[in-house]
Design a protein around this ligand. Structure first.
Ligand code: GDP
Length: 546
């Protein structure tokens, strides 16, 4: 029994749930592709194998040692499982980024070596700090003319108020980029830049390289000293610094979120990618390094924490609902306890009992039907009809509400019309499906024109939704021009409903106003206070149709 528990522990210790966060164009896609390529290679060479029953996998995924779902991509690297949880990069999707940040244990921030820290990266970075997600940073595109590793490092320090420290540095920059120096081992890394087997050769530093790396190494050791007393002693007495102790100290700083190790890379040229993967294992936390479930008792509102332990009460967070296979699949992260197939769970957010019919584990190279899901695991659940993004699943006897995902206010609306009568019902059906998957999307109807009004977080967001409707469901409605959603709550005084509407009508000369008037009787006299939620669309939707 205890031996079994030991195995479990080591499996969790070798799990990383990470996200890659980046400004658009920083190279997130390229980096992810390279990661999958190199990890697929390693997997095929047989380093990692579960030997468990497989099902429902795509042959090429298995061959490559990766599993891709709409919620996350799973790959293997040096006996570890890395779940890369999908985090959309555009500013329109920061809400979506936010909900995925909730379930990450760590993140990799990607920056362009030329354009550096851009405003949108600041937003996402700040969100990740708010959610307590430890991070590594990658300075990518070091092969581009104008690349400046040091300047971007300084921008990470200043604009993001982070404490970055280089763990690898480039040898040359821009067109002169020749490779990478590992500051922990003080070795020169040579990459097979064509891709190929992805082998990384390590070599001793030349005197010139040692001179280049010296000051950087000094900074790394000094930063690590903050987290290890013995390292300070060794450093001050000039003793050689033990690489493992250096890594352990940096890891402590990262997990405590006061240090950000920085990696030099050119994903496009296959330079520096494998050290980032090594860094994910070395520095980012496993589920065991995290607190477990942190939330409140829905009844008493007092704070509760459950440890990341199968013996603790169940707490899991739904972070994605997918209809992509035509069937409703719910992705959840388990924080504590055991989620079991066929056994009722309590949806504390909705106050309802539901039953997960089937569970699927994600592994590198396959998906596997499972009986239980344990703390730290990302699991796909079939059979939950109601659970939505942000909901907490727990046991009825030990209710917990995990911190809920912030509410969203849509900012852009589009009027939609079916192309023909036959499409009407189908369009409604498809939009219902898509809005169910995405809590940042709302669908309403214009009372006068009967048009469907789709609202979301930004123009690109709505573009993506319409593109999906076209590609996945074959409906292509006509769309009007995007309009800014105008929404405000007005509290005012009047002597009657009619009078107040007259006053409001004068203030808003044109446009459609949807009014929900809720009179709150006042004690004194006949005066009434109205709270008005109004949603005003800009004038004439039909005129705005393309
Ligand atoms: P994303 O928008 O962050 O996903 O970025 P992509 O991975 O799509 O990359 C944006 C553009 O930058 C593409 O044209 C890539 O080929 C290019 N790119 C990505 N990584 C590098 C790199 O390391 N060096 C150079 N020169 N270009 C790169």
């Amino acid at each position: 029994m205890s031996a079994k528990k030991g195995i479990k522990k080591s499996r969790l210790a070798s799990l990383r749930n990470i996200g890659i966060i980046a400004h658009i164009d920083a190279g997130k896609t390229t980096l992810t592709e390279r990661i999958l390529y190199f990890s697929g290679r390693i997997h095929r060479m047989g380093e990692v194998h579960d030997g468990t029953a497989t099902m429902d996998f795509m042959p090429e995924e298995q061959e490559r040692g990766i599993t891709i779902t709409s919620a996350c991509t799973t790959c293997a690297w040096k006996d570890h499982q890395i779940n890369i949880i999908d985090t959309p990069g555009h500013v329109d999707f920061t809400i979506e980024v936010e909900r995925s940040l909730r379930v990450l244990d760590g993140a990799v921030g990607v920056f362009c070596a030329v354009s550096g820290v851009e405003p949108q990266s600041e937003t996402v970075w700040r969100q990740s700090v708010a959610y307590g997600v430890p991070k590594l940073a990658v300075i990518n595109k070091l092969d581009r003319p104008g690349a400046d590793f040091e300047a971007v490092l300084a921008a990470i320090r200043e604009k993001l108020r982070a404490n970055p420290v280089a763990v690898t540095i480039p040898v040359g920059q821009g067109p002169e980029l020749a490779g990478i120096i590992d500051l922990v081992t003080m070795e020169r890394l040579h990459f097979e830049t064509g891709g190929g087997s992805g082998e990384v050769r390590r070599a001793a530093l030349t005197p010139a390289e040692a001179e280049l790396a010296g000051p950087w190494r000094e900074k790394l050791v000094e930063a690590a000293c903050e987290y290890d007393e013995e390292l300070v002693t060794a450093y001050l007495s000039g003793d050689p610094i033990d690489a493992a102790a250096l890594v352990a100290a940096v890891r402590r700083g990262v997990i405590g979120q006061s240090l950000v190790p920085v990696f030099a890379a050119s994903a496009l040229k296959n330079i520096g990618v494998q050290p980032v993967l090594d860094g994910v294992l070395a520095y980012l936390p496993s589920p065991l390094d995290r607190e477990g479930a942190v939330g409140i008792d829905p009844d008493t509102k007092s704070a509760i924490t459950f440890p990341p332990d199968t013996a603790a009460p169940l707490a899991a967070l739904v972070f994605k609902v997918s209809m992509e296979t035509g069937r409703r699949q719910v992705f959840a992260r388990v924080y504590s306890g055991r989620l079991e197939a066929g056994k009722d769970v309590y949806n504390a957010t909705r106050g309802e009992i539901e039953r997960p019919a089937r569970l699927f584990h994600l592994h590198a190279g396959h998906r596997e039907k499972a009986e239980i899901a344990e703390p730290g695991e990302i699991v796909a659940i079939a059979g939950l009809r109601r659970a939505a993004t942000g909901d907490t699943l727990c046991a009825r006897e030990t209710p917990i509400l995990l911190e809920t995902i912030a509410g969203y206010k849509p900012v852009i609306s589009l009027a939609l019309e079916p192309r023909n009568a036959e499409e009407t019902e189908r369009l409604q059906e498809v939009l219902d499906k898509l809005t169910e998957e995405d809590p940042t999307l709302t669908l309403t109807h214009d009372v006068d024109t009967g048009q469907m009004i789709l609202s979301g977080m930004g123009e690109l967001h709505l573009d993506v939704v319409l593109e999906r409707a076209r590609r996945e469901y074959g409906v292509a409605p006509r769309a009007g021009k995007p309009q800014v959603v105008y929404q405000e709550t007005v509290t005012a005084q009047g002597t009657g409903e009619g009078e107040f509407e007259r006053e409001l009508g004068e203030r808003i000369h044109h446009g459609k106003v949807t009014l929900t008037v809720s009179p709150l009787p006042r004690e004194a006299g006949r005066e009434i206070v109205f709270t008005i939620d109004r949603q005003a669309y800009p004038p004439a939707w039909s005129a705005a149709m393309a």
